[in-house]
Design a protein around this ligand. Structure first.
Ligand code: WT7
Length: 631
């Protein structure tokens, strides 16, 4: 703890009357550097979704991620960056170098007029500038809004406009396996819809020499001129650090706003609890910065711990499906954290790809984003972990800021289970009447009973939706939107979402978003979208379409629809199956019963379902006749 004025350590007296939970979080928070201590550890009301953490405190997270490590480990590698091309030149940045790179970028932002509290949109692939830009925003108290590179121009412009960013940081190209993705063109298309954007800070990472449009400023040139030293701007613990958009059950994506103090404490705390990082270890989380996993466990969590991280530009299958394993060998990765869809995709290439791997450095394996099915768990354990590395399957969400449930470090792991809530985390399974389910084997809603510092503050521009979505469905609890059950050891098993949110290759996509995109097609009258089980992606997207007019060229129509969805949202949201139907199952109040469509898409019948509220039960029979099977 440092006193803001004198710069001296000041521990301060602990006010009386703090609860055990507050004292516990306070002791966790004291492990970090704060410019000013908090007045209260926790205030506000959890059940109303208004908790405040470490109010009155002032800090800058980058002091904790960078400056604090400089006296003892300025020469330790912070980031090993591995390019897409295996023969390309990698980059390693020590803590000293990263700190100076962040200083330069922060000074460029300041020189472009970015101020504390301003939103800055970052649309970058996995290049070092992605990490540097996030930290540079944090350095000057600006709020970053990182948009995943796989999102379309429209998704990008929606996210820029929702937060009101005036500055966009982007680049020329993204190299993903054999593909070159033209970020510049996507950004230019998006900007046509973003009148507020005044500056585009542009990483010239391509070979194109087309002159830059007038809004664009070359970051390469500006960084070369900038000073590497930039004093941190102190912000309040409750001030925002970043906004990150994710899908909900309505067509509008929601920007979850995370505050600096609580997020920092939770990112650091959970990183240590789950991965138990040791000083010399190399850690690799494969998540793109565009997801919360990228924020918390590719960047902030490990840097708070002073860890060495690997950052990879490319994809797991290029040039061969051994690419990830070769990277693990090259950098002697000890802790590896990835997604089930990656494991399933690589397992599908057969045992020859992995048989001769040594992978001796590995100590711990992690998984996140969707259920890790037993088969994938065993493959991961056997071929990658060689039977000796524990697997931590971790459950959490964009909203929760960090991991809430995970097998205890050094403790028992069970295939298919995400383990136990982390210490200080109080999760519960609750039935639809709001009563806790204590019996083993009985499924219910996965909820959280008490506050933790990582929880998002609100949804940007829609605080009512935040309270309604997470704190109203089950009174007194945070409602996650997932279903789960526990075994007799209390181990949690997550079965999936209970709302109209799908999980395709670990990416969250709202049914309503895809439906909106489909309905923009001039021939589509109505659409309803559900997910079905998919071998590799976990879930695939099944679209039921009612047309305004007959189309004899149904295959062409399907192609048009797939393109329309990719343009509107991004390639991951493309429906894998499209069925043209004469009507959708609707209740008398006009609500489409996606539950029935989900059963039909799974190849099941609707026998036993209550169909009495449907206006027309015949549509079910018709739809069942035309179900699209496995391709
Ligand atoms: C949803 C959150 C949390 C980082 C990545 C995704 C699903 C997440 C698991 C897991 C089963 C999981 C849930 C959750 N999910 N982890 N270990 N086992 N399901 O973040 O995009 O906010 O998605 O992903 O359904 O609600 P997100």
């Amino acid at each position: 703890m440092r006193d803001e004025k004198s710069g001296k350590r000041s521990v301060g007296k602990m006010p009386k009357g703090r609860t055990k939970l507050e004292r516990a979080w306070e002791s966790r928070a004291e492990l970090f550097l704060w410019a000013k201590k908090w007045r209260t550890v926790l205030s506000g009301s959890f059940v109303r979704g208004t908790t405040r953490w470490f109010s009155g405190a002032r800090l800058n997270i980058t002091e904790n991620c960078l400056d604090r490590h400089l006296p003892l480990q300025s020469d330790k590698v912070a980031i090993y960056w591995e390019p897409n091309d295996p023969d390309g030149k990698g980059i390693s940045l020590t803590y000293g170098e990263l700190s100076r790179a962040v200083g330069r970028m922060a000074n460029v932002l300041l020189s472009q007029g970015v101020k504390k509290g301003d939103f800055v949109c970052i649309y970058l692939p996995m290049i070092p500038e992605a990490a540097i830009a996030m930290l540079a925003c944090a350095r000057i108290g600006a709020v970053h809004n990182f948009v995943f590179g796989g999102f379309s121009a429209k998704s990008l412009s929606d996210r820029i406009n929702d937060c009101g960013a005036r500055v966009l940081i982007t680049c020329d190209v993204s190299l993903r396996g054999p593909k070159k993705i033209d970020f510049r063109v996507l950004a230019e298309q998006a900007l046509a819809e973003c009148p507020k954007v005044k500056k585009v800070l542009f990483v010239e990472n391509g070979t194109k020499r087309k002159p830059l449009p007038s809004l664009f400023v070359s970051l390469n040139k500006e960084l070369a001129k900038a000073s590497p030293i930039c004093a941190p701007t102190l912000i309040g613990a409750e001030d925002p650090l970043f906004v990150l958009y994710t899908s909900g059950s309505t067509g509008r994506t929601k920007g979850l706003l995370h505050a600096a103090g609580g997020y920092m404490v939770y990112a650091g705390y959970s990183f240590n609890e789950v991965f138990n990082y040791q000083p010399k270890e190399v850690y690799w989380c494969t998540a793109d910065m565009g997801w919360i996993t990228g924020h918390t466990y590719s960047l902030y969590g490990p840097l708070l711990a002073g860890a060495t991280v690997v950052m990879f530009e490319g994809v797991p299958t290029y040039p061969t499906p051994k690419r990830y394993w070769e990277i693990i060998e090259k950098y002697r990765v000890n802790i590896f954290y990835t997604a089930p869809t990656v494991i399933r995709a690589l397992a599908a290439f057969g045992p020859d790809q992995v048989k001769k791997l040594k992978l001796k450095s590995l100590r711990l394996l992690g998984s996140v984003g969707e259920p890790l099915n037993q088969e994938a768990w065993h493959w991961y354990h056997h071929y990658i972990g060689k039977g000796r590395c524990p697997i931590v399957d971790t459950w959490w969400q964009t909203e929760t800021g960090g991991i809430l449930i995970s097998p205890p470090s050094g403790g028992l792991t069970k295939p298919g289970s995400v383990g136990l809530p982390l210490p200080l985390i109080d999760t519960a399974i609750v039935d639809s009447n709001g009563k806790e389910v204590r019996k083993a084997g009985v499924s219910g809603y996965l909820c959280v009973k008490g506050p933790w510092p990582g929880l998002a503050k609100t949804i940007l521009n829609d605080s009512a939706r935040f309270v309604k979505g997470y704190f109203s469905k089950i009174k007194g609890y945070y409602f996650s939107g997932d279903a789960a059950w526990r075994d007799s050891d209390g181990y949690y098993f997550v079965s999936g979402r209970v709302d109209d949110v799908m999980n395709v290759s670990g990416q969250r996509i709202g049914s309503a978003e895809v439906e909106n995109a489909l309905c923009l097609h001039p021939d589509v009258a109505e659409a309803s979208v559900v997910s079905y089980r998919h071998e590799i992606k976990g879930e695939g997207i099944y679209a039921f379409i009612v047309l305004k007019r007959d189309r004899l060229d149904a295959d062409l129509l399907r192609e048009e629809l797939v393109v329309a969805v990719a343009r509107s949202i991004g390639p991951t949201a493309k429906p894998g199956k499209i069925q043209i139907v004469t009507g959708l199952p609707k209740t008398r109040s006009g609500k489409i019963m996606r539950r029935l469509l989900r059963r039909l898409a799974a190849g099941e019948s609707c026998v036993g379902e209550d169909l009495s509220t449907l206006t027309d039960q015949n549509v079910i029979v018709d739809i069942a006749k035309g179900i699209v099977g496995e391709k």
